[in-house]
Design a protein around this ligand. Structure first.
Ligand code: NAD
Ligand code: UGA
Length: 533
């Protein structure tokens, strides 16, 4: 094998494989990159203008590499012909899902490596020439050893160099994270061939990443570093969320606390935003995977320490829902509760492990009528996610999904915010003057509110979707289309929501996305995470 990569195959066209290979292909016009998957609909979507995942800026990159929009020869392909792509490649990324095991030893905790194993077996069956195999999936420490065993047993005449190259992108900012990574980690063994394989992979990234950011370390350190990074990020959120409970009980303010603590350069300000609990496909599974590794190594104290990160997250989701129930006189039955946001974070349509699934589950168990709006998540997805975890009949009877926020909130007894979409921000509402009695405004009637609306709207100068101050702008679901979607500047119309909601216009902000004082000036009563109601 020449020490230069000219053909890459990526097994797994998901949230990691697709965007990562699009950026690699765009920056390496001389390398042919083929992303393969077992899922035909997923590959068909990658080949179309309606990509299977929503990610800001992704379509622009795909268009350049896949369609040659800037006049270059296309070098990015998506295919279900896995065998052919393996055969032709000299470097293969394994970027398949590694969920938590659901049965057998380690169920509920250990990583399920079945998809990694099936990808490795497929490679071993097809490969006739030497290959560099790159673990892109997040895997337990030692997985490269298992891959080596599979290749030795199934394809002893082919030489495989196995590298670890974990991915650190976050959804919603994936393109930026890939274009300007903090670091690229490449783990390898220390023999000459392995080091040369690591250099070949480093060259691929060096097309756009400064060399000093490409770190080569020992294979096992690299595998473990990925798990450790996610665990430490999740731990920060659980730390701040545990402190939010103390804030609510004492009158301290979690945002002031995060700010004050984060100014210490040793601590830093990122990942310190209190929430109704972290979600996403990885934090919980990766923390639990580390817990399982520690247990397997007979390190129960270590396992318990990390387990508490997940426990606090479950506690936080539960605590938030109990607060809603308590503030609504412990009776939610037949009350309409509007939920704004279902994705696990803003700027993604991904709902895996979203806090919304647990919080809404508890609301419908209390027999509330839940009205949901998310600008990016489709109705089928929301109903599927809820029915997977809660009795399907109750979901059908209690949940309605709306295409706009105003309809979801009309006649609602409370609004619950579960995703920090910019759309929900309140910056179009003017700051109340310090002398305004916000308490009196809670009783503001619809007439006063609409007067207030026209004055405030003309003052604010904020560009809402439909532009005019007295139309009642609603936002429509965003459809990922050829041009990158611009969501900035779109805001839901809180004036209109105030006019159509039931009093006392309760808002439970699980993301601290709204300004309680501005909403109070429209007669809302806001309860935020980590702040006294
Ligand atoms: P995903 O579920 O979106 O995509 C995985 C894809 O692999 C699926 O489309 C599946 O059909 C395909 N697949 C599974 N087995 C296959 C096989 N044998 N042959 C061909 N295709 C196969 O998963 P993801 O979110 O892209 O995550 C992939 C890995 O990257 C995981 O280990 C995850 O922990 C890690 N990771 C994810 C993120 C993230 O933001 N989602 C970030 C960093 C790391
Ligand atoms: C996370 C990591 O940030 C990535 O580095 C990693 O590559 C990825 O997991 C992975 O391995 O899958 P992601 O889950 O996409 O990325 O998004 P984050 O921005 O980390 O947010 C995760 C969850 O924590 C979201 O629900 C988010 O709302 C929540 N969060 C985040 C908080 O509650 N507070 C914060 O301060 C930050």
């Amino acid at each position: 094998r020449a020490n230069k990569v000219s053909n890459i195959c990526c097994i797994g066209a998901g949230y990691v494989g697709g965007p990562t290979c699009a950026v690699i292909a765009k920056n390496n016009p001389d390398i042919t990159v083929t992303v393969v998957d077992l899922s035909e609909p997923r590959i068909a979507a990658w080949c179309s203008p309606a990509l299977p995942i929503f990610e800001p800026g992704l379509y622009d990159v795909v268009q350049v590499a896949r369609d040659g929009t800037d006049g270059r020869t296309p070098n990015l392909y998506f295919s279900t012909n896995i065998s052919q792509a393996i055969d032709e490649a000299d470097l293969i990324f394994i970027s398949v899902n590694t969920p938590t095991k659901t049965a057998g030893r380690g169920a509920g905790s250990a990583s399920d490596l079945a998809y990694v194993e099936s990808a490795a077996r497929h490679i071993a069956e097809v490969a006739r020439s030497d290959k560099i195999i790159v673990e892109k999936s997040t895997v337990p420490c030692g997985t490269a050893g298992s891959l080596r065993d599979i290749f030795n047993a199934l394809a002893p005449s082919v030489h495989f160099d196995i590298l670890s190259n974990p991915e650190f992108l976050a959804e919603g900012t994936a393109i930026n994270d890939l274009v300007k990574p903090d670091r690229i980690l490449i783990g390898s063994l220390t023999d000459e061939r392995s080091v040369s394989a690591a250099e070949a992979l480093a060259d691929v990234y060096a097309a756009w990443v400064p060399r000093e950011r490409i770190i080569t370390i020992n294979l096992w350190s690299s595998e473990l570093a990925k798990l450790a990074a996610n665990c430490m990020l999740a731990q920060r959120i659980s730390s701040i969320n545990s402190l939010s409970a103390i804030c609510e009980a004492t009158g301290a303010n979690i945002e002031e606390l995060s700010y004050a603590v984060g100014l210490d350069t040793r601590i830093g300000s990122k990942m310190l935003k209190a929430s109704a609990g972290f979600g996403g496909s990885c934090f919980k599974k990766d923390v639990l995977s580390l817990v399982f590794i520690a247990e397997s190594l007979h390190l129960p104290e270590v396992a318990n320490y990390w387990k508490s990160v997940v426990d606090i997250n479950e506690y936080q989701k539960d605590r938030f829902t109990k607060r809603i129930t308590k503030s609504m006189y412990n009776t939610l039955a037949r009350k309409k509760i509007a939920v704004l946001g279902f994705a696990y974070k803003k700027n993604t349509g991904d709902t895996r492990e979203s806090a919304a699934i647990s919080v809404i589950g508890q609301l419908i168990t209390e027999r509330a009528n839940v009205a949901i709006f998310d600008p990016q998540v489709k109705e089928e997805q929301i109903l599927r996610d809820l029915a997977a975890e809660h009795p399907a009949q109750i979901v059908r009877d209690s949940v309605t999904v709306y295409a706009d926020a105003i309809s979801a909130c009309a006649d609602a007894c409370a609004v619950v915010i579960l995703t920090e979409w910019d759309h929900f921000k309140t910056d179009q509402i003017p700051e109340p003057r310090p002398d305004v009695d916000l308490g009196a405004l809670h009783a503001m009637d619809e007439r006063a509110l609409s007067n207030h609306h026209s004055i405030a709207s003309s003052d604010s100068g904020i560009d809402v979707v439909d532009g005019s101050a007295d139309s009642s702008p609603t936002i429509k679901p965003i459809v990922q289309q050829p041009a990158s979607v611009k969501t900035n500047g779109q805001r839901i119309d809180w004036y209109k929501i105030a006019a159509t909601m039931r009093r006392p216009r309760l808002v439970f902000d699980g993301r601290n996305v709204v300004d309680p004082r501005r909403l109070a000036s429209l007669g809302f009563k806001v309860e935020s995470i980590g702040k006294r109601g």
